[in-house]
Design a protein around this ligand. Sequence first.
Ligand code: SF4
Length: 113
Amino acid sequence: MTTNQGRADWRESGACAQADPDLFFPISSAGRSLGQIAKAKAICAGCPVRRRCLDFALEHDLMYGIWGGSTPLDRQAWQRERRRERLQSRVPPGREPQAYPQPPGDRNSRTAC
Ligand code: SF4
C-alpha cells in the first residue's frame, strides 16, 4: 500500500463521501453560505474519520473548505492560539512574551538619543 492509497482510504470512509461536495466548499463565510456551512458541519459531526480529517487540514494549512468540522476561520483561530501558547511557554515565569524578539545583530546597534 502506498501513502496515497492510505490517504484515499480515510477520505473514502468520510461521512461526506456521499454528500454534495459543494457543501464543503462554500464561497464565503457569511450570508447564504452560513446554511451551507452548518449542513457540512452537521455531516462532519457524525463522521468516523473526523479527527484524522482535521489533523490533515491543520498539517497541510488548508485554506479552503470544511475539514473535520472546521472552517478556514476556525483553523486560523486554532493555529493562532497554538502559536500564542508556544510563545508563552518559552518565556520565563513573570515576564511578558515578546511578539517580535530582537535579532541578535541588533542588540548593540542602537545609537544614543
Ligand atoms: S470530517 Fe467532514 S470533511 Fe472530513 S471526511 Fe468527515 S465528513 Fe468529510
